[in-house]
Design a protein around this ligand. Structure first.
Ligand SMILES: Cc1cc2nc3c(=O)[nH]c(=O)nc-3n(C[C@H](O)[C@H](O)[C@H](O)COP(=O)(O)OP(=O)(O)OC[C@H]3O[C@@H](n4cnc5c(N)ncnc54)[C@H](O)[C@@H]3O)c2cc1C
Length: 463
């Protein structure tokens, strides 16, 4: 038996590393087990950060090609240096993951390098060495869901991991799955010159999204050149020397057809990654969808074993995992943190961005909640006009009796930043009038949020 700890966190993604740091801040002796060569998990290594680096770079390329001239900036001979773009992405990832290593040292969190396995409550083995601990935190994250008949080789048929690493722009990229990961990576490769077709089983993109925003999103992406095959399923993929033949069928059944692709991105969702953790032997129960079952306060059915992040129920988002990591660490020292699931924002980092927090109109209707809607388009916002970014609108939903904000759904420039204002307002239990009466700087995109709040009471000023 080697060293003993108060907490051993298994997995150093945003859930695990943040939990480890917060627990150490609170005076606990903490270790974090990570089998990847670098810290930061899916998010920093193959998820949020590299995808946003490529989104940023590809946006600059598209701007140089198609947008700058309108601003009177003439650039000639714009060419793509994909190798440099990919190298830059690698540099961004490297500096981020090194940052976590620094934070571990600063906070005296021990990184146990290797694969962690729960031997029993209070005992974790890392590549053959056993450690004793009062608490074990499962923060092992998620992996891409496979699709029968579509074998991933990470070259022609890729998950998001391979989709971030392509060394050539495919002529035709087919994305299986109309969720945010597929649409973000589809945007990257479309901007760099690929024809992109999205095949989606359902009749709409990003199904959890407010329907009105979802429709606007589909229209905007369609204008950019995305092709959509909705209500369609992929039943097979045949890879040859220079491409892939995909077999498609109508979701409701019917004649099959073939769609040729240079590269296929499989992005139909993610599922918890729990392989080799020893959960069965330790008696840790899973829920009906294969996630670690918790009691709403991160406790599993085995005392002393906790779970957070993508491994448990809830939206698979880095900031959700982080907040859970903080809340759990605070709980372990006897604090009473509270996490409101309705104020976790969700952002799709395409351009325009799409962001939401709280309930959608469909959710409010389903639970019989009366509501008022306030909407304001970016075409009527001075800053958006100055930027030349006119697509989209802000939509706020408020209780029809109390005026309390119930949800916000934004499609437009920097929607992912704008949504923070409403997440904060909702966290404080604000009404739409609170937002409407708050002075917003001019000219700013946030004024569209204020105007939408005014519109809830039918008194928007600039439309
Ligand atoms: C392409 C892509 C883009 C994304 N973009 C965004 C975004 O923009 N915003 C957002 O909020 N979310 C985004 N996500 C989702 C986000 O990455 C996840 O929600 C987040 O990483 C979950 O954090 P986590 O800590 O639960 O797990 P993870 O980040 O998956 O980390 C788990 C870690 O545990 C390690 N591990 C697993 N088992 C063991 C073991 N037995 N022993 C040791 N180590 C182990 C793994 O190696 C991994 O490093 C994206 C995901 C992808 C794939």
């Amino acid at each position: 038996m080697s060293e003993a700890f108060d907490v051993i966190v298994i997995g150093a993604g945003p859930g695990g590393y943040v939990c480890a740091i917060r627990a150490a801040q609170l005076g606990l002796k903490v270790a974090c087990v990570e089998k990847r060569a670098t810290l930061g998990g899916t998010c920093l290594n193959v998820g949020c950060i590299p995808s946003k680096a490529l989104l940023q770079s590809s946006e600059h390329y598209e701007e140089a090609l198609h947008k700058l001239a309108d601003h009177g900036v003439q650039v000639g001979g714009v060419t793509l240096d994909l190798a440099r773009m990919q190298a830059r992405k690698g540099e961004v990832v490297a500096s981020n993951v090194k940052g976590i290593e620094f934070l571990f040292k600063k906070n005296k969190v021990t990184w146990l390098k290797g694969a962690g396995r729960i031997v029993s409550p209070g005992r974790v083995a890392v590549d053959g060495t056993e450690y004793e601990t009062k608490h074990i935190v499962i923060a092992t994250g998620s992996e891409s869901i496979p699709l029968p008949g579509v074998e991933v080789d990470e070259k022609r048929v890729v998950t998001s991991t391979g989709g971030l690493e392509l060394s050539e722009v495919p002529k035709h990229l087919v994305v299986i799955g109309g969720g945010y990961i597929g649409l973000e990576l589809g945007s990257v490769w479309r901007r760099l010159g690929a024809e992109v077709t999205v095949v989606e089983f359902l009749d709409r993109l990003v199904p959890a999204m407010d329907t009105e925003v979802g429709k606007a999103f589909e229209r905007v992406l369609g204008k950019q050149g995305f092709k959509f095959r909705l209500k369609t399923k992929v039943t097979g993929a045949k890879v040859d020397a220079d491409g892939v033949d995909l077999t498609l069928e109508p979701a409701a059944g019917g004649a099959a057809e073939t769609l040729r692709a240079d590269v296929v991105l499989l992005a139909i969702g993610r599922r918890p990654y729990l392989a080799g953790l020893g959960l069965e032997e330790a008696g840790v129960a899973l829920d009906e969808r294969g996630r670690v079952a918790t009691d709403g306060h991160f406790a599993t059915n085995v005392p002393g074993i906790w779970a957070i992040g993508d491994a448990i129920a809830g939206p698979m988002l880095a900031h959700k995992a982080e907040e859970e990591g903080v809340a759990l660490a605070e709980q372990l020292v006897g604090q009473k943190p509270h996490l409101n699931p309705l104020t976790i924002p969700g952002v799709v980092y395409t351009w325009p961005e799409v962001a939401s927090v709280g309930e959608t109109e469909e959710m409010l209707k389903a639970r019989g909640q009366g509501y008022k809607v306030g909407k304001f388009p970016f075409t009527a916002n001075g800053r958006a006009r100055a930027m030349g970014e006119l697509d989209g609108f802000v939509k706020l939903l408020a209780d029809d009796k109390t005026d309390r904000l119930l949800g916000a759904h934004i499609i437009g420039p920097d929607a992912g930043t704008l949504i923070a204002e409403i997440a904060l307002a909702m966290e404080f239990g604000a009404s739409s009038e609170d937002v409407a009466r708050t002075c917003h700087a001019h000219p700013s995109l946030n004024e569209a949020v204020k105007e939408a709040a005014l519109a809830v009471a039918g008194r928007a000023l600039h439309i």
